[in-house]
Write a protein that binds this ligand. Structure first.
Ligand code: GTQ
Length: 374
């Protein structure tokens, strides 16, 4: 857009224009001249903000939820989701997602509890933070979950959960709910009979893919979830292999979870990664179109996001909005699980990326984020 002259700027502020702008809005007509700076900014101007929820806050609120209701009584799942403060008051539909495209939550299932089966048009995934002995049953397959496992439940598959173990199970959920909601694609159906019963062997896909880089014959045809559970020990093996070589300056040692029948992201709309930052490692700053939600799986450190220092440690969750500069620093050996909307950006051909050149790739720190209940 070319520079607008002072004369035109003043005219646009005059009552001739402002009265007219008010007038058309009575008839549900919108003035583009008011909207342009917000909706057609030069670079992504996310409504979601950088934010962090502490482990202490989540644990406290989850313990309170457990006193109040069970999953069967409380809307199918005992999940508390992360509402981005930048979206909380702006979304017209009365709820707020974690980034504009990603819904992230923490879910807790106690020993003996069941979460009934249902299916929906949103893609789901889980990353297990704590516990073992619970299974999720996806299309009749019981998949037993343990700390560090990453699981996918692509859209329209029946799924429910049950805990047969003895300690609380806590995991992260992430879904493409906001995207599906905003494009009007929501379908949801409860299973008529509570929790679905198993009808194929337990841990079926995990056993079929035990070899890693070899796949069962016939799996070159696309299926949504040829592998449903990505076990922690396999993920770690992948990272340990990378550690025999130099780290990536922007990502240290990072692997992506992929669909072994296509090589694309494990879930079609959400990308997922495990990042290892050795103690003392400091990544160089970058920014990109896509947004990211992190769970600190192990370790502690901090990130600088658009100049603001965010301390983090095991159990915390934080958001990197679209186009925000960020860099991570590990104080201990750390593992960060993350979910991004890169597959959506790629589908629309919108992904761009920049590396910070000045100051050897590091930002100036201009402030510090204070988390609730730390
Ligand atoms: O566990 O199936 O956090 O359907 C949101 C929607 C969890 C689940 C969520 C869901 C689930």
């Amino acid at each position: 857009m070319s520079e607008v002259s002072q004369e035109i700027k003043e005219f646009m502020k005059s009552s001739i224009v402002t009265d007219y702008t008010k007038d058309i809005q009575q008839y549900n007509l919108g003035p583009l001249w008011e909207a342009i700076p917000e909706i057609m900014n030069k670079t992504p101007k996310p409504q979601a903000e950088a934010y962090l929820w502490s482990d202490e806050l989540i644990k406290k609120k989850m313990a309170e939820a457990a006193e109040i209701f069970t999953p069967e009584r409380g809307g199918e799942r005992r999940a508390i989701y992360f509402q981005n403060p930048g979206l909380t008051y702006r979304q017209p539909w009365g709820w707020a997602s974690t980034t504009q495209t990603i819904y992230a939550a923490v879910q807790m299932l106690l020993p003996g509890e069941k979460a009934p089966s249902h299916r929906h048009s949103q893609n789901a995934l889980r990353f297990i933070s704590e516990g073992s002995g619970a299974y999720t049953i996806v299309q009749g397959q019981r998949i037993f979950m343990e700390e560090g496992d990453f699981l996918i439940t692509p859209k329209n598959l029946w799924h429910g959960h049950e805990h047969l173990g003895t300690e609380p199970m806590i995991w992260m959920d992430a879904l493409d709910i906001p995207t599906v909601y905003s494009i009007g694609g929501t379908f949801f159906e409860p299973y008529e009979d509570g929790l679905q019963q198993p009808n194929i062997p337990d841990n079926f896909t995990e056993k079929r893919y035990r070899g890693g880089m070899v796949r069962p014959l016939g799996d070159d045809k696309y299926t949504v979830a040829p592998l449903a559970n990505y076990k922690w020990n396999r993920t770690i093996e992948g990272i340990n292999g990378l550690m025999e070589f130099d780290p990536d300056p922007h990502h240290a040692f990072t692997v992506e979870y992929i669909n072994p029948s296509t090589g694309k992201s494990a879930n079609p709309t959400l990308g997922t990664r495990m990042q290892h930052l050795p103690r003392g490692f400091h990544t160089k700053a970058l920014r990109h179109t896509h947004s990211t939600v992190y769970q600190v799986h192990r370790g502690s450190g901090h990130s600088v996001i658009n100049g603001i220092h965010f301390d983090w440690k095991k159990g915390d969750y934080f958001v990197i909005p679209n186009w925000a500069w960020y860099e991570h620093v590990a104080s201990e050996d750390s593992y960060l699980f993350s979910v991004n909307d890169l597959p959506i950006m790629d589908r629309f051909d919108l992904e761009q990326e920049q590396f910070l050149e000045e100051n050897n790739g590091h930002q100036k720190v201009t402030g510090e984020f204070k988390a609730a209940f730390r």
